[in-house]
Design a protein around this ligand. Structure first.
Ligand code: ATP
Ligand code: MG
Length: 263
């Protein structure tokens, strides 16, 4: 991939195929495609990039494939994670990069939220984000070499890139200072969320944000140590970070209230 540039691939190969779409839709394609091709060039260590394009009257679907190390394994190796699945939690939080000198960890976070469907398949793991549905980790039944990113967007989508950015900034600030974290991604398969170490995995890098929304969808209950580590220990050592629980069941809410009551 030496010498390949994402802006040239966009201009020469893809922009002409999308030229008649509304401006907001073209802008999102421009952003998402160049971010994902830049990732393949800068991070994959692969030798080949393949782009698959499919357009119907309703939508456009683009696949960007590389034959490199594979995103989840690269993150596991460079960030020294115990399990490659933990890479998906880090990507879902945002501001995660394995190359902080040259990158800021925004590409996947914002691209995943700009599109109607966003899926990354790499080896046996899939990370998927569907509009309005949050992030999911799926164990795939195939072993896909390298990294494959699927982007799909309605041709008449009303979404704009600015509206996506605005969701994750404080009003009138325009900086990436807010995130929504799917709490269920902090557990390994079949686990309950009970321990301090699970909570520490969840809150790591929360201090990079002003507001963290903890989305408890899919989490029925949490344990006392887990709640205490987040809502008392982390919260008292990082008073500048606002923690907002969302979609918490009554059981989860009770544990949070209990943690907050401890002085
Ligand atoms: N195609 C890929 N192959 C291997 N690893 C990848 C690939 N794409 C992304 N990654 C890994 O995922 C991380 C997050 O990617 P993301 O695009 O969100 O942020 P970034 O590229 O580091 O920063 P930015 O996009 O803001 O320049 C990267 O730092 C890299 O470790
Ligand atoms: Mg990137």
């Amino acid at each position: 991939m030496a010498g390949l540039r994402e802006d040239i691939v966009w201009l020469e190969k893809l922009a002409p195929l999308l030229a008649d779409l509304p401006e907001n839709v073209r802008n999102m394609w421009h952003y998402g495609v160049t971010e994902m091709i830049n990732n393949a060039i800068d991070h994959s260590e692969g030798t080949m990039l393949t782009v698959h394009f499919e357009r119907t009257a309703l939508d456009v679907e683009i696949w960007i494939n590389d034959d490199g190390e594979g995103i989840f394994y690269r993150i596991q190796r460079l960030a020294k994670l115990y399990d490659a699945r933990e890479a998906i939690l880090e990507l879902a939080k945002g501001k995660f990069t394995t190359d902080p000198a040259n990158h800021s960890g925004e590409g996947i976070f914002f691209t995943s939220r700009a599109f109607d469907s966003f899926v990354i398949m790499s080896r046996t793991l899939n990370f998927s984000h569907m509009a309005e549905q949050g992030d999911w980790l799926i164990d795939g039944d195939r072993d896909i070499p390298g990294t494959r990113v699927l982007l799909k967007l309605d041709n008449d989508s009303q979404r704009t890139l600015n509206s996506v950015y605005a969701q994750f900034s404080e009003p009138d600030e325009f900086t990436f200072s807010k995130t929504i974290v799917p709490v269920r991604l902090a557990r390994h398969e079949g686990e309950k969320l009970v321990s301090r170490s699970q909570a520490k995995r969840l809150v790591s890098r929360f201090e990079k944000f002003k507001t963290v929304v903890l989305d408890f969808t899919g989490v029925e209950e949490i344990g006392q140590a887990f709640a205490d580590e987040i809502f008392r220990v982390f919260a008292s050592s990082h008073p500048e970070v606002e923690l907002n629980p969302l979609h918490a069941t009554t059981e989860v809410q009770q544990m949070i209230v209990r943690a907050l009551a401890v002085k």
